[in-house]
Write a protein that binds this ligand. Structure first.
Ligand SMILES: NCCCC[C@H](N)C(=O)NCC(=O)O
Length: 470
């Protein structure tokens, strides 16, 4: 009898890589939106009155609802409803949040009665910033939920195939999004003469992201029909249970990784918000466009190297060592920005430090995320990732605000800042030394924890230094 073996959709390399492109597009556009304002901070200050303090509050708003427990609920939604519904929900939340933020910063909104009302309380926060924060809160819930959903989707489509490479590439594509927006946001703002245009552009891209994910859901439905799955993720063993939270939260290894994650990323993503402005200030007031041109090599450096490091980790191991090297590099880079760059004002030093920071940003994520399955049970892996994101989001929420406050308070008596403000200048030459020392401090703590993790790994034999491919 001839046996007919039906090939599943993800058995075809073309189909599974198409699926990756579709889902990674959503994250690509999402990461673009996250940083659309970062390179036009000086313009936001001159056109909408967003001081560093306001900018810090705005940056924190992306994570606030996640920190209040949304990420835990997101884990439940994902495990109960599956990747199709959760992905659509995430992409829709990102789009709705983006539209609210876009409306909030338009010229038109500033003339409305609602803006007058918003301006009447908490007066240091302009109405545009309040609306943008509200939109960014909704966007942030969608974006972080999408991050977990995409990991689960890649695991489903690439299980037993090129899973690590696919995850590395997805992260790399997202970093390219940051590179792209740092390149084009100031250009669009300049050409259109307004800060609204780049936000409008990214909002349209998020709509495209929703469409690409919708196309993926049709492919995923087809895959399920081929594998005979009727209700998604119906295996009760795989489901999120609240009792699992206790198991994870009482694990020492989980806390080591979660703390390392929050400390390291607190010196990366919040820095990304201020990086271009910091370069502008430390390189004697180069234009926002020139500063973005330098800064964009940070995510692109990470994007290029991450898949290679993932491959190295798969074959040679050395995960814990990579974490230590990444943290060490981070400290050196922030200290160079704090003390060497303001003295030398050298573009060469700025470029090389940015590239080195990009290498650090490749080393740590490439080693950190694949380490999690080595320290927690596969059954509770989804919950563990959600909880690590949750702890990480606490840092990402409060650190930008902390940095904004420090930047404002340490520059209160800075004569150059006072003079620029009095003259109504477009560019305010802030002194970034103290915020950069704080970032380096996070790196020092991350390094100590990475060293401790390596020692714990040696004692308990998690295999963090071993290759993934046996
Ligand atoms: N909203 C941008 C920050 C994404 C944070 C996310 N929880 C994460 O850690 N992603 C992995 C990465 O390395 O980008």
């Amino acid at each position: 009898m001839t046996e007919i073996i039906q090939k599943k959709l993800n058995d075809s390399p073309a189909m599974r890589w198409t699926a990756l492109v579709l889902i990674a597009s959503m994250m690509f556009f999402g990461y673009m939106f996250v940083d659309v304002m970062s390179p036009i901070q000086a313009l936001m200050e001159s056109q909408r009155g967003w001081t560093p303090d306001v900018f810090g509050t705005y940056a924190a708003s992306e994570y606030i609802v996640n920190v209040c427990g949304f990420l835990i609920i997101a884990g439940v939604i994902l495990d109960k409803t599956g990747i199709r519904f959760t992905g659509e929900l995430s992409a829709s939340m990102m789009l709705i949040g983006a539209v609210i933020k876009f409306i909030g910063i338009t010229e038109w909104f500033q003339t409305t009665a609602m803006a007058d009302w918003l301006n009447s309380w908490w007066v240091s926060m302009p109405a545009s910033a309040k609306m943008a924060c509200f939109g960014f809160m909704i966007f942030g819930c969608g974006c972080e939920m999408a991050g977990t959903t995409v990991s689960k989707a890649i695991a489903k489509w690439f299980k037993g195939k090129e899973m690590a490479l696919a995850m590395g590439l997805e992260m790399a594509i997202a970093r390219v999004g940051v590179f792209a927006i740092f390149s084009i946001s100031p250009i669009i703002a300049d050409k259109m003469g307004s800060v609204v245009a780049p936000v409008a552009f990214c909002t349209v891209l998020l709509l495209i992201g929703l469409i690409t994910y919708t196309v993926f859901t049709f492919m995923d439905k087809k895959l399920d029909s081929q594998t005979g799955v009727t209700a998604e993720e119906s295996d009760p063993e795989e489901e999120f249970k609240f009792s699992d939270l206790g198991k994870i939260l009482t694990s020492e290894a989980f806390w080591i990784v979660a703390l390392l994650c929050v400390l390291y990323y607190s010196a990366i993503f919040p820095f990304q918000r201020y990086g271009a402005n910091m370069l502008q200030c430390n390189l004697d007031g180069i234009s926002a466009e020139e500063a973005s041109n330098i800064f964009r090599w940070f995510p692109i450096g990470a994007a290029v190297i991450t898949p290679f490091l993932g491959n190295f980790l798969d074959r040679k191991g050395k995960g814990a060592t990579m974490l230590m090297c990444g943290a060490l590099l981070l400290i050196c880079c922030h200290l160079v920005f704090a003390f060497v760059l303001p003295e030398t004002k050298s573009a060469v030093i700025a470029y090389s430090t940015i590239v080195l920071l990009g290498i650090s940003f490749a080393l740590v994520p490439a080693a950190l995320w694949p380490s999690v399955p080595k320290i927690v049970d596969e059954k509770i892996l989804g919950s563990a990732y959600c909880l690590i994101f949750w702890v990480q989001n606490i840092g990402l929420c409060f650190v930008p605000k902390l940095i904004g406050n420090i930047l404002t308070s340490t520059n209160e008596d800075n004569p150059a800042v006072i003079a620029a403000k009095e003259a109504g200048a477009d560019f305010i030459p802030y002194d970034y030394t103290v915020p950069l020392i704080v970032f380096a401090g996070f790196g020092v703590l991350a390094l100590i924890i990475a060293i401790y993790l390596k020692a714990v790994d040696k004692k308990r034999g998690y295999g963090l230094e071993l290759p993934n491919i046996k």
